[in-house]
Design a protein around this ligand. Structure first.
Ligand code: ZN
Length: 194
């Protein structure tokens, strides 16, 4: 009888050995980070670049959007330290922000201060521990934001805006979701007066 139990225990042991080795501890041994990455990849849209080989025509970086907790303090930095000039301030009700523009060559810097805690800028700053920082990059498209959006959607890009809307500085703008743009919030814009 003892012999039987010994055999059974051994068999069981082999079974466990077989089990752990054959499964190779597939999920349990994975770090939380790698699991998180797998989950996030699962939900990240895949860019389909085979369907439509057209590319939107981007002429230049229209502006770089920087979130700031204190607009006046930020303007003072750009003017007194970098010697640049703020040429315009504008409240954009739709986005619940006050913007200030600084020109550097052909590119603008768009400083954004929230006018409401509901503003995406306020949420961005809150997530960033109360600090501002680089918020988005904006590209000027030559053949229209609507066309660029349609093309992006066809390629599987997740859109924030389904249609162009009015932005600061008289531009028509639309945002692409950072999940599809290598984690950088991306704005497409066109100047309807050009
Ligand atoms: Zn912008």
């Amino acid at each position: 009888m003892l012999h039987y139990y010994t055999l059974l225990a051994k068999k069981h042991q082999y079974f466990l050995f077989f089990l752990t080795n054959s499964i190779k501890i597939p999920t349990f041994a994975k770090s939380f980070a790698s699991l998180k990455k797998e989950v996030s990849n699962y939900f990240t849209p895949t860019i389909n670049n085979t369907k439509n080989l057209n590319h939107m025509k981007i002429s230049h970086i229209e502006h770089i959007g920087i979130a700031v907790p204190d607009l006046e303090k930020a303007i003072a930095y750009y003017e007194t330290v970098l010697g640049l000039k703020c040429y315009k301030k504008e409240v954009v009700e739709d986005q619940k922000v006050t913007t200030a523009f600084i020109k550097v060559g052909d590119t603008k810097i768009e400083l954004l201060e929230a006018t409401s805690p509901e503003s995406t800028i306020a949420k961005f700053i809150e997530k960033n521990g109360g600090r501002g920082g680089m918020h988005h990059i904006a590209f000027a498209v030559e053949d229209g934001v609507a066309n660029a959006l349609a093309e992006s959607e066809e390629k599987g890009v997740k859109l924030i805006d389904k249609a162009p809307r009015g932005g600061a500085d008289g531009l028509q703008i639309a945002f692409l979701h950072p999940k599809s743009t290598e984690a950088v919030l991306t704005e497409l814009c066109e100047d309807p007066n050009k």
